[in-house]
Write a protein that binds this ligand. Structure first.
Ligand code: SF4
Length: 281
């Protein structure tokens, strides 16, 4: 998003993808939420930003969905966990918003990224929005933890040009301790993407003492390399920019004293991915 830019769409307003929203935009009846989720005619967005350059190739428009079923200890957006913390937006409005940017995005070799939260919590909405973007000739990317990947049909996957897949840690026990969830569905989704020759960018958050075990990283790297469709790996250094959100939301933050990884440690991690034959940054 461009510095200082504010986007408003109905009640949708955001100044930054890291903006804190602790109060729901609208108290929607539970039945309306259920209908919206089932049809995909309405989605719940935390914010809609432009100008992002780290969420896929080129300059991106990014829609940040609300709702996530994981509870990563290092999550810097815990304010997106709850679906009700998002603002309802119709598929028509969201499509209209994208339409404004379609020529600019093509000129800048950019595209549209759906991120979160976890976008596949709202897989019907996600599928409709990707179909609309794809129909306008916009490059599309899904940023996901992959857990609900099997909710998308082959035809729906065809409208997604790139998957930004978060691989948290290889070891299943460690994964559960880190995220509260099993990593098997994510790995299965990665394999199914590879079978369809879908380009993947792996995202790996490096947290000292949590995800920096070299043996664990080597196994993750070997798995990623075995897929054959991983175009790049982004090693993302842990940071403390989300700490205030945990505090504000009254959540138990276990990484209060955790430090970001050193530059050397980020480089060593990149090297482990490169040793497996992958491009890593
Ligand atoms: S998957 Fe992403 S949004 Fe969900 S808890 Fe983990 S880091 Fe946060």
């Amino acid at each position: 998003m461009l510095e200082g830019q504010v986007i408003r769409e109905g009640q949708l307003e955001a100044r930054s993808p890291f903006e804190l929203r602790v109060a729901p935009g609208t108290a929607l009846p539970e039945s309306d939420v259920r209908t919206a989720l089932a049809t995909g005619d309405m989605g719940f967005l935390h914010s809609f930003t432009t100008g992002a350059t780290v969420d896929g190739p080129g300059v991106r428009v990014v829609a940040w969905t609300s709702g996530c079923m994981w509870r990563c200890r290092y999550c810097h957006n815990p304010d997106t966990w709850s679906m009700s913390n998002g603002i309802p937006i119709s598929i028509e409005k969201a499509t209209e918003e994208l339409r404004k940017y379609r020529y600019g995005l093509k000129l800048m070799a950019g595209g549209f990224t759906l991120s979160g939260g976890e976008p596949l919590m709202q897989h019907r909405f996600a599928a409709k929005l990707f179909a609309a973007a794809h129909g306008m000739g916009i490059h599309t990317a899904l940023d996901t933890n992959g857990y609900y990947g099997d909710r998308l049909s082959d035809a729906e996957l065809d409208t997604i040009d790139l998957v930004l897949l978060d691989l948290k840690t290889w070891d299943p026990e460690r994964h559960k301790a880190l995220t509260g969830m099993d990593n098997a569905p994510t790995l299965a989704f990665a394999r199914s993407l590879a079978a369809k020759e879908k380009p993947i960018w792996v995202r790996y958050v490096l947290v000292p003492q949590l995800t920096d075990d070299p043996e664990d990283i080597k196994k993750t790297a070997a798995f990623a390399a075995s897929l054959g469709t991983v175009a790049r790996v982004d090693v993302l250094p842990f940071h403390q920019m989300g700490r205030f959100k945990w505090q504000k939301l009254g959540l138990d933050y276990t990484l209060e004293d955790a430090q970001p990884p050193t530059v050397e440690s980020v480089e060593q991690t990149c090297q482990l991915f490169r040793d497996a034959g992958l491009e890593a940054y």
